[in-house]
Design a protein around this ligand. Structure first.
Ligand code: PNS
Length: 164
């Protein structure tokens, strides 16, 4: 029987505890999980793809693969032999965007199935965008991102004071 391989794709700029929670939850469901960091020249990111991969590798078990991809997700899935896409679903507001992506991916490759997973309630409001914003204003991110990510943010984002 062929291996059940899942891809967990995203920008991960940076990875936060909601992402890590999804990785932990999906790992036992598949023979192999590949975390796939999107390489997108058009989207300005805080961290390079290499930095994001390094940061994720520090946080996940050795049996989780971490790779980058560019172009279509379904093409990357073909390359790694995956049929399932894992996506975290937080609030209802995520649904429309996720539905569009899932159906487009299915149109591009009917063998691809998207598996939606709910993160732990503590992380339901968490996003990489908010992590960067809160950090830049000196807010407390304890329990929401790994310490190593806070250190990386500190090296990259000088704290901003409140507006005068
Ligand atoms: O963490 P994000 O930014 O919500 O992840 C979005 C991602 C990487 C899953 C999505 O942008 C993607 O799959 N991009 C690859 C391009 C692609 O395949 N587009 C067509 C399917 S919608």
């Amino acid at each position: 029987m062929s291996k059940r391989i899942a891809v967990y794709p995203g920008s991960f700029d940076p990875i936060h505890n909601g992402h890590l929670d999804i990785i932990q939850r999906c790992r036992p469901l598949f023979d192999e999980v590949v975390v796939a960091v999107l390489h997108n020249e058009a989207k300005k990111a805080l961290f390079t793809v290499e930095e994001r991969i390094e940061s994720i590798r520090e946080m996940v078990d050795a049996d989780v693969r971490v790779e980058s991809f560019s172009g279509l997700l379904v093409d990357f899935m073909d390359q790694v032999g995956a049929r399932a896409v894992v996506r975290g679903l937080r609030a209802v507001s995520d649904f429309e965007y996720e539905l569009q992506m899932a159906l487009m991916n299915r149109k591009l490759n009917p063998r691809v199935e998207t598996v939606f997973m709910m993160p732990k309630e503590d992380y339901i409001y968490l996003s990489s965008r908010l992590v960067k914003e809160v950090f830049s204003f000196g807010g407390n991110l304890e329990g929401l991102v790994p310490d190593s990510v806070i250190e990386r943010l500190g090296r990259r984002l000088p704290p901003r004071g409140p507006a005068a």
